[in-house]
Design a protein around this ligand. Structure first.
Ligand code: URA
Length: 234
């Protein structure tokens, strides 16, 4: 990206002012004064203006967000509904959600500006298990649990084997942990509907070994380098 555009995008100065600062020797690239206004900034370059390093908009960043119910997983919404982007407003880089959670689903959502990782993680052939904690209405019989485990027809598609653990059966509802390796639209809700139970609450708690943990709803945190490495290789 051209140097003046890069400086302007960082919110430091207009493009014209950026050119002036460059001409005046106030801009450094990787610690060396740069007076060439047409310089093409590389992704790995560190740009300093008046001694202050700018945040590199192209640097890949990785976050995990605990999406609350009521937010939609999209970059923009024509109907003006709340989007997950609003929860990430403090992040300098333009991150976007990896995959989707329904508006009524809460939990773990990866937010990044790394298009390659997002592409890999959402590719249908990428079959890492995603774990959900669901509260479902009624009684979840052992027979139904078994059906969910082996595969159910969710409307012309039979789901792949899933891991299912009944955590608690109450009078009117049950708490279940379910891990699936596919990502069909509203899959978990459709799977429970197929065996006769309605999902009343749904939270994604993990993607593979990446866990939501104690992150509060509406909050986000940076992934650790180890977690990023894991996602790139899983
Ligand atoms: N399955 C669903 O039904 N909803 C989600 O948001 C994710 C998985």
């Amino acid at each position: 990206m051209r140097l003046n555009k890069y400086i302007a995008q960082a919110g430091v100065a207009s493009r014209r002012k950026a050119d002036e600062l460059t001409a005046a020797g106030k801009v450094k690239i990787n610690g060396v004064v740069m007076t060439e206004m047409g310089y093409d900034v590389k992704p790995e370059d560190v740009v300093e203006v008046n001694g202050r390093a700018l945040e590199n908009a192209a640097r890949p960043v990785y976050y995990v967000l605990n999406k609350p119910v009521g937010y939609i997983t999209t970059a923009q919404d024509e109907q003006g509904r709340l989007t997950v982007m609003e929860l990430m407003a403090d992040v300098e880089q333009r991150v976007f959600p990896v995959g989707r959670l329904d508006c009524n689903t809460s939990g773990l959502l990866i937010m990044t500006n790394d298009g390659n990782l997002a592409y890999r993680l959402t590719h249908p052939k990428h079959n890492v298990y995603k774990t959900y904690r669901a509260r479902v209405s009624g009684f979840l019989s052992p027979g139904r649990v078994e059906k969910l485990r082996t595969g159910v027809d969710i409307g012309g598609y039979v789901t792949a084997p899933a891991q299912v653990a009944l955590l608690r059966q109450g009078d009117r509802s049950a708490i279940v942990e379910i891990s699936i390796c596919e990502g069909k639209n509203r899959q978990v809700r459709k799977m429970f509907a197929a065996v006769g139970n309605k999902v009343v609450e749904l939270q994604r708690t993990a993607i593979g070994e990446l866990k939501l943990g104690r992150l509060k709803e509406g909050q986000y945190r940076k992934l650790t380098p180890k977690e990023v490495e894991y996602l790139k290789n899983c």
